[in-house]
Design a protein around this ligand. Structure first.
Ligand SMILES: O=C(O)C(=O)CO
Length: 321
């Protein structure tokens, strides 16, 4: 009998074609929006494999609804804060994700945000489009550059290291990082120093958040943290919205405690267009597009399908959490 497989979205074209070639009893959510929770809870009943995205919460309620035959869950994401990993593992369900493959795309976008925020891209685009572009003027729309500045990376994992490598090319003077543990190999490559979180806040000119969202990092960037930063700091988050206490970020911007902000992630997502964060000229917000290149998304989908196929075959997953 063909295995029952639930896929929560239409996939990039090559992987979508590959999926349809499989001998699956397939239910695939066809609309270009998240599968509603009640539909997911209904459709998960009796499935052998679940192909999900970071938009689906995988918890005991869902696993109970699925039933004991569920053998593999594969998320098309590197982050897995949407998954109750202990709940999945305690039921002996194989769990897969997509590490490495989105590192370059996400690091590229993080650099884009850092440059954009520090060079006042939002105000510049608005000025050009709104007829405020007068004659060239010596100090109009000046931002700051990275030359000789201190770059602080919170979480020197794969993406943090790739961001460091890229920003090194902008002649930063010093790279410091904080995190749970020292990362000797990345540290040596970047000639970086491991410092305490407090030191990183105080000494960085540019702070990039590249860590995972966990219980330890939830709301790590609160009012107290923003208060310790340089007033000129460029603060970038391309990791997860929940790492930042967003109301405190609004307060910090209101009180001019920080220089510029670039966000690819927020709480919630999507961030409603009426949200106060959009009103700050020095806050650039993108709609969670860090990994959004054709190549990367195809690779992520392909890896997720490989995980599903391995799990259904009772093989160990090639990209296992
Ligand atoms: O894969 C992830 O975790 C993402 O955030 C996608 O960009």
């Amino acid at each position: 009998m063909a295995p029952k497989v639930l896929v929560t979205r239409i996939l990039p074209p090559q992987t979508q074609a590959h999926l349809l070639e499989q001998d699956f009893d397939l239910f695939q959510w066809q609309q270009d929006c998240c599968i509603p929770r009640d539909v997911l809870l209904e459709k998960i009943k009796g499935v052998d494999a679940l192909f999900c995205l970071l938009t689906e919460k995988i918890d005991n309620e869902l696993l109970d609804a699925a039933g004991p035959q569920l053998r593999v869950i594969a998320t098309m994401s590197v982050g897995y804060d949407h998954i109750d990993v202990n709940a999945v593992k305690s039921r002996n369900i194989a769990l897969g994700y997509t590490p490495d493959v989105l590192t370059d795309a996400t690091a590229d976008l993080t650099v884009l945000l850092a440059l954009g925020a520090s060079r006042r891209i939002k105000e510049s685009i608005r000025a050009a489009e709104n007829g405020q572009w007068g004659k060239w003027a010596p100090t109009w729309l000046c931002g700051s550059q990275f030359t000789n500045k201190t770059l602080g990376i919170v979480g020197l994992g794969r993406i943090g290291e790739a961001v460091g490598e890229r920003l090194k090319a902008f002649n930063v003077g010093r790279i410091i990082y904080s995190g749970r543990t020292e990362k000797p190999s990345a540290q040596a490559k970047l000639n970086a120093e491991f410092v305490s979180f407090g030191t990183l806040l105080q000494e960085s000119d540019v702070i990039v958040v590249c860590c995972a969202l966990t219980k330890d990092t939830e709301n790590l960037f609160n009012y107290e943290a923003f208060s310790k930063m340089k007033k000129s700091v460029v603060f970038i988050n391309s990791a997860r919205g929940g790492i930042v206490h967003q109301d405190d970020l609004v307060r910090a911007l209101d009180e001019n405690l920080i220089g510029a902000v670039g966000l690819d992630v927020t709480t919630p997502e999507p961030l409603p267009p009426t949200h106060k964060l959009y009103t700050f000229p020095n806050c650039v917000i993108l709609p969670h597009v860090g990994s959004a290149t054709y190549e990367t998304r195809e690779n992520m989908a392909g890896m997720t399908l490989q995980n599903i196929l391995a799990g259904l075959d009772n093989r160990s997953l090639p990209y296992s959490i």
